[in-house]
Design a protein around this ligand. Structure first.
Ligand code: ADP
Ligand code: MG
Length: 364
């Protein structure tokens, strides 16, 4: 086990910078997820650590050891990919044993290691099968078994569950989490799926266009998004984002949203300035049908027009409009028959972003 330090890492292909400035330390034993949309530089960053991609600038350390010039095979890291890349002509047993055999480990010791991994991954009944006789989830488990037996300093996962159906992804997520609890190996896990990130990570690094948009625990990035991008990337359905303006003066600030005026909560005061153009963010689940659902000193009535509704299963998604802008509301209520309605906002759950910089106005 070891910590992993990325020190001002950059990566360019020709003159295009795809990783712009990556400075981050993964603590010993930590489970960190790199999360971001396709093309933001997640795999490139991971592959530089693995030694599969050259490093344009900066340094990467695993423990106290500088990795930059060390061969991929000598880095003591184990990587699991989306495409499992199992050897098709080998059995499950042989696939898991392969790396140990290459190391020259004695046969009886290999046998012990393979059976121990197979037991943890519930692969013991399948050891004699070939990859083509396995389901997608079983193949993914074999790939993890191969990584495990090498007892690496760090586990690297690159979108390992993307090829699996939704139900199996859920099961495999649980297994990966359980495995980390048992082995406590430092893990870096790359995904574009925010649910995977939220359920697996100790900390999430959210990437955008080669930049770090925010680092935080799942709760932090959900409750205290540092910018508009993170606010809308995390959470499903996505956070509403409406154009608004800050009006008033010191001691009497309001957010103006059409005819609605919202007194500016304390946490935004430090960055308030007159006539500031804002993006006003609120999650569909933080808008309520009844005032009693919010503490009375934080509740704000909010008149909307109902445009449409969509049954999500357990809840309903109301498509509403305020000041000509659309606002989604997720509610448990069975029926809403009117065209106009007063909804209730929880002032603790609103987010404000400077329209220019897109940074949060809040000081937490
Ligand atoms: P992610 O894993 O987040 O989807 P990648 O790290 O694979 O993104 O890619 C980041 C960016 O670098 C993308 O714009 C991609 O097109 C570009 N890129 C990746 N590999 C190469 C390459 N070998 N040559 C040129 N550009 C590349
Ligand atoms: Mg990728």
């Amino acid at each position: 086990m070891a910590k992993v330090e990325f020190k001002n890492i950059k990566k360019s292909y020709d003159d295009v910078e795809v990783v712009k400035h990556f400075d981050f330390t993964v603590n010993d034993g930590e489970f960190v997820v790199f999360l971001g949309p396709s093309g933001c530089g997640k795999s490139t960053t991971l592959r530089m650590l693995a030694g599969l991609e050259s490093i344009t600038a900066g340094e990467i350390f695993v423990g106290d050891k500088l990795m930059n010039k060390i061969d991929a095979k000598d880095r003591d890291l184990a990587m699991v990919f989306q495409s499992y890349a199992l050897y098709p002509h080998m059995t499950v047993y042989e696939n898991i044993a392969f790396a140990l055999k290459l190391k020259g480990m004695p046969k009886d010791q290999i046998d012990t290691e393979v059976r121990k991994a197979a037991k943890m991954l519930e692969l013991d009944p399948l050891l004699a099968r070939k990859p083509k006789e396995l389901s997608g989830g079983q193949r993914q488990r074999v790939a993890m078994g191969r990584a495990m037996v090498r007892t690496p300093k760090v586990f690297l996962f690159d979108e390992p569950l993307s090829n699996l159906d939704a139900k199996l992804r859920g099961t495999m997520r649980e297994e990966i989490k359980q495995l980390h609890r048992e082995l406590q190996t430092t893990t870096i896990y790359v995904t574009h799926d925010q649910i995977e990130a939220m359920t697996l990570a100790d900390r999430i690094v959210i990437l955008k266009d080669g930049y770090v948009a925010q680092v935080g625990t799942p709760t932090e990035v959900f409750q205290q998004p540092a910018n508009k991008f993170v606010a809308q990337f995390i959470g499903n359905p996505s956070m509403n984002m409406l154009d608004a303006q800050l009006v008033g003066e010191e001691g009497n600030w309001h957010v103006e949203l059409g005819d609605t005026r919202i007194p500016l909560p304390e946490r935004f005061h430090a960055h308030a300035s007159k006539n500031l153009a804002l993006h006003f963010g609120v999650r569909p689940t933080d808008i309520h049908l009844r005032a009693e659902q919010v503490d009375h000193d934080r509740v704000l009535p909010f008149p909307v027009k109902i445009k449409d509704k969509e049954l999500l299963g357990a809840s309903i998604l109301l498509k509403t409009e305020i000041a000509g802008q659309s606002l989604m509301v997720e509610t448990q209520a069975a029926e809403v028959d009117v065209n106009e309605l007063t909804l209730y906002l929880d002032l603790d759950a609103i987010h404000l972003f400077d329209a220019m910089s897109e940074k949060s106005l809040a000081t937490f």
